[in-house]
Design a binder for this molecule. Sequence first.
Ligand code: PLP
Length: 433
Amino acid sequence: MPYISTNKKAPAATLQSAVIKGLAPDGGLYMPAHIPKLPETFYARLPELSLSEIAVEVARNVLANEVPHNILKPLVEEAINFETPLKEVEKDCFSLELFHGPTMAFKDVGARFMSRLLAYFTAGQRQPIKVIVATSGDTGSAVAAGFHQVPGIEVYILYPKGKVSPLQQKQLTTWGDNIRALEVDGTFDDCQYLVKQALADTALNENHLLTSANSINIARLIPQSFYYFYAFGQLQRLGKPIVFSVPSGNFGNLTGGLLAAAMGLPVHQFIAATNANSVVPEFLETGNYQPRASVQTISNAMDVGNPSNYARMLYLFNEDVSRIKKLVSGYAFTDEETKKAIHDVYQNHDYLLDPHGAVAYCGAKKYTLQAGHELVSAFLETAHPGKFKEVMESTLQQKIHLPERLEAFINKAESITSLSTEYEALRAILSKV
Ligand SMILES: *Cc1c(COP(=O)(O)O)cnc(C)c1O
């Protein structure tokens, strides 16, 4: 199946070249030219299928002609090797826990899948592949975990100085080997812009094999549809319309849900829940898309002022804003509202929301109140609360327990290269052999 650019000015690409390039030459994002619906027989079996069984069938639906089944099946099973359990937090309001992977954020799903697909597509290359990734906190570590010590791959992580949590920073800077942490004196948007400049630098790309592991990469997006099918299958028995509330920054997670809907998953409504970086909720309200500089919040992985997957959302709805508005509702929440949700849900239901999941929880509640009919909501819990220990402890006024997987990072030594937002410094680093 051909992959086409959302800007529609670049030639169609194979999946292999879309995954290796990351960004299309016209600056657009790649999408499948056609999204096949999954058959009735698949939907009939959905409640009985495990996440990994679903993942194999969904991946086959979009990738079958690009990756032979005998390769795709083990690749998917190895990538999706952890559960995404649903926990009922309140009646008919569920937390879809996406943080049980190695770095304890949902980014593990996309990053593990992408790293394996990229390794498959680049096997046998003589030059090293330089994977550049801008991160607002969790992508970088998930990508590092996916590629650490993989021969032939070098990873460059760009993160905004002082704007990731201390534990997130440790998860970026302590890998060593083929992973380099680059601290940028700027915002996440600056990091993202630096990555785009490197990918668009024709001279640099002539001598080096560069790719991006950001959510602009189609290989990140596809696996982010898997858990919507799984959660839907589990919640179907309740016999009510199902809505998903998605804590959003770059909107890759939400677009994964829209991809599932395009494959026929009958989701009643998606809720785009954001922090103060509310460009998309405003767009859904007014029809005007006005990107702007991001502001810092306690749900830092969502501090994005110009969400890259906006282009894909438009593409999926043929640029028809009224169709988007029918399926996607947008709400923004302040840090105060987020903290109140963390506090109240812990008090009343003994459940720990992390700041990102808390924004999604607020979105689910707000939509449910306004809907005026019965429904089941699942909000996506995208990170383990332990990753945001400082915010959690000050909000709850008590110590929280860190799982071993996170504890392990705390005492490791960091190695950091500092960069300004000027592209030349990054270029110099990437130009080295
Ligand atoms: C990246 C991230 C988000 C936002 O996901 P997008 O796909 O960028 O919208 C939300 N929560 C956490 C914990 C994240 O790491």
